[in-house]
Design a protein around this ligand. Structure first.
Ligand code: PDD
Length: 290
């Protein structure tokens, strides 16, 4: 079955789905995106993802290409047409097509909207959850507004590639004060000896993760202590547990940071417990089933 993408009003096989060569997303990364998890045919936490999208669009003065309600319907339709039960749905909105000039195109230029969806083989996240993953650390060389979910991600691409070449799953980026900002495509967390969850506050130095928010709600509702503060690399090395969160990784335990083994080198009980409980505690919106 050929995969189906939505592009500016049409549902097309991937081979026929194109955007213009003068699209500003292509030329300037002048665009924003969202990735939502699809779990048992439902889109996970769509409301929060679309709230964050609204903020990203607002910060960059990019117009909605369609109404929010229409976008929700398109997301569900793409999931459904691709028969995705467990996987991801991706959306990207660019400032549209215009002759290459740095300044914004003339008012009324239509933003570009692309939506795709794909399945994930459940064996892959299962293995990462059971075994835990290794992360490496690398300097955070990104721009000053990484709180906006733009597609300008060269620094993250390089960080991830460095991780993969080192045989690791993720790169934790480190600021000038030796504090972890976040993963190249995930939020970074540690758990200290008292069982307190620690993650960086959502300032302009990290993306405000939707999975981060869901885990925080879950932890607080279950009487766990959560501290939103920056933590150093040294602190992370001595942590009792560590983990990452994202729409694509859900919650994945971290068992090694560079050459430092975390805890006993196996996923910790707190992270594993939250992972097991995760999908019952998040919002799932129904999709039309095929
Ligand atoms: N990445 N930090 C960064 C830099 C990210 O790119 C992501 C998500 C996150 C976690 O955010 P959320 O929990 O909302 O997925 C944190 C997505 C999954 C991606 O680019 O594929």
């Amino acid at each position: 079955m050929s995969r189906i993408a939505y592009v500016n009003g049409r549902y097309l096989p991937h081979a026929e789905a194109n955007v213009h060569i003068e699209d500003r997303g292509f030329q300037f990364a002048d665009s924003v995106y969202e990735v939502c998890e699809v779990w048992r045919g439902s889109i996970v936490d769509m409301t929060r993802h679309l709230d964050r999208l609204k903020r990203s669009l607002g910060e960059l003065s990019i117009a909605w290409p369609v109404s929010r309600r229409a976008l929700e319907a398109i997301l569900r339709e793409v999931v459904s047409r691709n028969r995705v039960t467990n996987g991801l749905v991706y959306l990207q909105i660019t400032r549209g097509v215009a002759r290459r000039d740095f300044n914004f195109p003339k008012p009324g230029t239509m933003p570009t909207l692309v939506v795709t969806s794909r399945s994930i083989n459940p064996a892959v996240p299962k293995k990462s959850t059971e075994d835990g993953v290794r992360v490496i650390t690398t300097p955070d060389i990104r721009w000053g507004r990484v709180d906006i979910k733009t597609t300008g991600m060269t620094a993250q691409v390089l960080a991830k590639e460095t991780a993969v070449r080192a045989g690791a799953k993720e790169a934790w980026m480190v600021d000038r004060d030796d504090r972890i900002t976040e993963g190249s495509s995930s939020t970074a967390w540690i758990i200290d000896g008292e069982g307190t969850l620690i993650t960086r506050p959502t300032d302009m130095n990290i993306l405000p993760g939707i999975t981060r928010m869901a885990i925080m709600d879950y932890a607080k509702a279950n009487g766990m202590k959560v501290e939103e503060r920056p933590f150093t690399l040294e602190e992370a090395r001595g942590a009792r547990e560590a983990f990452i969160t994202s729409a694509s990784a859900t919650l994945t335990p971290v068992v090694q940071i560079d050459d430092f083994v975390i805890g006993n080198g196996k996923p910790g009980s707190i992270a594993s417990g939250m992972r097991a409980a995760f999908h019952d505690g998040v919002e799932k919106l129904p999709v039309r089933h095929y």
